[in-house]
Design a protein around this ligand. Structure first.
Ligand code: KE4
Length: 428
């Protein structure tokens, strides 16, 4: 594949944007080489600036669950834009998408829209602290909840790629209130609670981790955390920025039948426009300004364009819940196909999958937490990434990420991908 124009565009971008990108993981630091610049996208395909067609397994890191430039979303945004893009005043469409989201997701009465997953998680933690009157939080090593200070303590995703567990700029004062637990290790969570009695406002978790590759919760893990939260008066925050409206209509609360106290959303809920949200039952959400004392705000929060995209997306998913079954079937087919060709080529690997989230790890050990995810052979991953890219398949440019399956993928696309893995495997 030729990346001449992407390389030229990257050189220009680097002069005026730090690292040439507006989000670090896009810079290919985890895999080397220069990033591919995309010109446009439709359905399951990206078309880069050099005219290459790429089968897309990132889908903007999750939002494009129904494919790029999905007609109902595009049409909704175009029509809404003609009537004004933002007012800073309440609009009916905010209520419409809020009512729909509340009807789709269990255990929430109210939802507040913001502009990113980071904002959603940051606000959820502030709300938990304000509601409980306690300062500390527990997060899990390798989980990523956005780039708010409280979370950049051994975060996943790009922060892991950079191997910078604690980002400079995060004060010691902030870091001391974030306790770090090991994913899938309930004894470790218990020990942290015992050691910080009556000081913990919430436990925030990715119910299916997606920022150290895809890591499912071990059987009973989420239920055990729920029980500890009930015993110790701690709020359970499900960060469903990735899993919300992807793994089930009602997200992981529905999938695992575990009740969260606050749920955070992003990605799919915005249909590709900047939308985050956090939601809870009335007794918690009524602590939020202007009703209650916990402050949170945003100029563009609930703006009509983003709401139009999100409403069109959620409406589609709500009225065609069979999409979730198709996504599961397509991802299982891909999983089986990739596993077969990697085994046929004697490539040491393990594959984690939940619903339409999947990740390939080049290590034989089971990947259950950040430490085991970090054991993957990154040199092999880099060769794999570039081999797949040169074969016309775009996967996550980091071993600490998840592939996101879109319903726009056909079985021909999946076979094309499996054949690419087979070809690439011979050079790993
Ligand atoms: P944003 O602020 O990037 O919209 O959302 C932060 C966030 C919160 N919670 C979870 C579980 C997330 O996965 C994310 C963001 N995901 C990364 C991909 N691993 C975004 C990609 C990027 O940083 O460019």
């Amino acid at each position: 594949m030729i990346y001449k124009r992407s390389s030229a565009l990257f050189a220009e971008a680097e002069k005026v944007i730090p690292g040439g990108v507006n989000s670090p993981v896009r810079a290919f630091k985890g895999v080397g080489g220069t990033p591919v610049f995309v010109k446009e996208a439709k359905g399951a395909y990206l078309y880069d600036e050099d005219g290459n067609r790429l089968v897309d397994y990132i889908n903007s890191w999750g939002p494009m669950i129904l494919g790029h430039a999905f007609e109902p979303v595009v049409n909704a945004v175009v029509e809404k834009a003609k009537k004004g893009t933002s007012f800073g005043m309440p609009t009916e469409i905010e209520t419409q998408i809020a009512e729909l989201a509340v009807s789709m997701v269990p255990n929430i009465d109210k939802i507040r829209f913001v502009n990113s997953g980071t904002e959603a998680c940051m606000s959820a933690v502030r709300l938990a602290r304000g509601y409980t009157g306690k300062d500390k939080i527990i997060k899990f090593a390798g989980c990523y909840h956005g780039h708010s200070d409280s979370f950049l303590i051994q975060a996943g995703s790009g922060a892991s790629t950079f191997g910078s567990p604690n980002s400079p700029g995060v004060t010691k004062g902030t870091a001391k209130d974030t306790l770090l637990a090991r994913y899938n290790d309930i004894e470790n969570v218990k020990a942290l609670i015992e050691g910080n009695k009556n000081e913990i406002a919430c436990i925030i978790i990715e119910p299916v981790a997606g920022n150290m590759g895809c890591i499912p919760p071990k059987s009973g893990f989420l239920e055990a955390i729920r029980s500890l939260c009930d015993t110790h008066n701690i709020l359970l925050v499900f960060d469903e920025v990735m899993t919300g409206f992807r793994l089930a209509k009602g997200g992981c609360q529905e999938l695992f039948n575990v009740k969260a106290d606050i749920v955070c959303f992003g990605k799919v809920i915005g249909g590709g426009l900047p939308v985050g949200a956090f939601a809870a039952r009335n007794e918690i959400m009524n602590h939020l300004a202007p009703l209650g004392p916990v402050y949170q705000a945003g100029t563009l929060s609930g703006n009509p364009l983003a709401m139009a995209a999100g409403l069109a997306m959620l409406t589609e998913l709500n009225s065609h819940a069979e999409v979730f079954i198709r996504l599961e079937e397509k991802t299982a087919y891909l999983h089986e196909g990739i596993a077969k060709v990697l085994n046929d080529n004697n490539i040491t690997h393990t594959i984690n999958r939940v619903g339409s989230m999947i990740s390939v790890h080049f290590d034989e050990a089971e990947v259950v937490d950040f430490d085991t995810a970090a054991k993957g052979n990154n040199d092999t991953f880099k060769k794999f990434f570039h081999g797949m890219l040169d074969s016309g398949v775009y996967i996550a440019p980091s071993a600490f990420e998840t592939w996101f399956i879109t319903d726009a993928l056909s079985y021909e696309d999946l076979d094309f991908t499996i054949a690419a893995v087979n070809k690439v495997s011979k050079f790993l």
